[in-house]
Design a protein around this ligand. Sequence first.
Ligand code: ACO
Length: 444
Amino acid sequence: MARELPELEIVEPVDGEKVTVIFHGTGKQVDLPVLSPTHGPKVIDVQRLYQDTGYFTFDPGYMSTASCDSTVTYIDGGRGVLLHRGYAIEELATNAGFIEVCYLLLYGDLPDAEQLREFEDVITHHTMVHDQLPQFFKGFRRDAHPMAVMVGTVGALSAFYHEDTDVTDPHGRMVATHRIIAKLPTIAAMAYKYSIGQPFIYPRNDLDYAANFLHMCFAVPCEPYVVSPVLARAMNRFLVLHADHEQNASTATVRIAGSSQANPYACMAAGIACLWGPAHGGANEAVLSMLMEIGSRDRIPEFIKRAKDKNDPFRLMGFGHRVYKNYDPRAAILRESCHEVLEELDKKGEPLFELALELERIAREDDYFIERKLFPNVDFYSGITLRAMGFPTAMFPALFALGRSVGWVAQWKEMIEAPGQRIGRPRQRYTGHPVRPYVPLDQR
Ligand code: ACO
């Protein structure tokens, strides 16, 4: 798994560097400061542009716009690098427990042994939910999508913790972050149990985060359930690999929701809602459906041909990424994890896994995918792994939400604590009707 990380250029800050915008019509010119990052492209600061010129910038999909300063995560998509607080994802996924990564994302540095013990202790002792919360589940149909249930029940936490949640107070923020990290696995496991008609299983304080989650999902009250260390390790890796991914759609949603100083639990529900979309957290489910549709090796060329055909809407699911134009480092780790899980469960030779490996091999030798820099993304192997572990496909995005919840709270905390923090309020280019007089109803 260890690979040499490509050298990342540290950008030297250039004092006073600026970009000059010249308006040729009026001859007016404005200097815009250039900000230097640690790694990555420099940033033109346009904050004063409107004030100084009366112009907005236009970038609806945030194709060239940095929405904030952040110290949490760095991605170099061209080189396939993902760093959390400066540490490579490969090292974290191989060596660190999810709780250690949570600490790192929240507080900026790896914990020492005592800090980790204290943090684990505090998270462990927040895993139970208020005894009133299970009542909410009864309001949902049994066949409700787990993400719908998660949006509702995580949002409902705001009703339990509103008066005592002061986001302007560091202690209030800390307690909220601990509760979110601790209670989301309990709620996700409850959503799963409710969907299959089994009783909820209480958290177990003697298990680590990943093992406790598997226990809450797969144990039943009538017999002992021993969590497989191999599956707990795979769950841990899955959570670490999904923990944060800088300013993706759901994280940006949480930041903007929280920028009004809204209740943080309600902000998490907003993040879950955004993640639920098929363009974001729903792709691993689509990979599985695609592999089932392909069915056998001999049909791979037919589907590759379809993926390349511009008149066919079919795309190779789990391939390509807006940011990664190289192998998604998370996909490589998940492929290995998938292998371990299948071996542990005596499912070696699982047809879907074999099919996925062959599909990857063929696609990576094909000029169409090579030229467009289309590589497997994080979703390509995660669905097969989770399915082998016993999760139904509808639970996949809920598991993604569980891992990503720490990224959401870390970025929410960073946003609130940023100097000069203000409400997120995009502007627009208005393209509607020009001003017109109201026409009374009898004259229309
Ligand atoms: N299969 C076939 N062709 C593809 C694929 C694919 N999976 N992905 C991109 N392409 C092609 C496009 O058709 C386009 O070709 P063209 O230049 O000839 O027009 C070219 O590659 C560039 O693709 P874009 O759509 O411009 O890339 P973009 O960055 O907008 O899209 C996306 C990225 C949405 C992830 C895309 O690759 C895709 O749809 N992949 C499949 C869905 C998927 O796996 N999503 C999960 C992403 S990971 C995540 O969200 C956690």
